[in-house]
Write a protein that binds this ligand. Structure first.
Ligand code: MN
Length: 201
């Protein structure tokens, strides 16, 4: 098969108490796995079968809803697991700290705007911090869309993102999306965010 489910880079309970093991188990093992299975089915026998996920994202306007939803779902979740981690969180470090301070004024101000993007995304979607042309932008997308897609309003390299689908938080936080977003800052892997910022165009 062209696409495979990546292993989690840490244990299911590694992000507790902020994100619980049962949520991680279902989110990775069921939801992410389904995006991979459905993406493979959607590209099977087409010219996209052996293309990279990034190439698929850049051409998403030409592709089916199944590829958009499941390809986006596969990319977004693979990214999400990487930019979180145990013994993480707290204030950003390195180049991303400087970029956040110069763009938003302070880390607290950034958190306010990033959380607002997540809270105000109606229904299911993602909030993003994207780098493009040396600038950082906060945005949100519906469903499994992302800033790599050619249809995105804000395009660029995602360096941080948070899943605000109910499946990402409902077991532990029920309807309290703002509480889940507040907890998310405790699990951000800033080393990984810095790597993605360094690689951004
Ligand atoms: Mn999800």
């Amino acid at each position: 098969m062209a696409f495979t489910l990546p292993s989690l880079p840490y244990a299911l309970n590694a992000l507790e108490p902020h994100i619980d093991a049962r949520t991680m188990e279902i989110h990775h093992g069921k939801h992410h796995n389904a995006y991979v299975t459905n993406l493979n089915a959607a590209v099977q026998g087409t010219e996209w079968e052996n293309k990279s996920l990034e190439e698929i994202m850049a051409n998403i306007s030409k592709l089916s809803a199944a590829v958009r939803n499941n390809g986006g779902g596969h990319w977004n979740h693979s990214f999400f697991w990487q930019i979180m981690g145990p013994n993480a969180g707290g204030a950003p470090t390195g180049a991303v700290a400087e970029a956040i301070n110069s763009t938003f004024g302070s880390y607290d101000k950034f958190k306010e705007e990033f959380s607002k993007a997540g809270v105000t995304r109606f229904g299911s979607g993602w909030a993003w911090l994207t780098a493009a042309g040396g600038k950082l932008t906060i945005s949100s997308t519906a469903n499994q869309d992302n800033p790599l897609m050619d249809i995105a309003e804000v395009k660029g390299t995602p360096i941080l993102g948070v899943d605000v689908w109910e499946h990402a938080y409902y077991l532990n936080y029920q309807n309290r999306r703002p509480d889940y977003l507040a907890a998310f800052y405790n699990v951000i892997n800033w080393d990984e965010v810095n790597k993605r910022l360094a690689a951004a165009k």
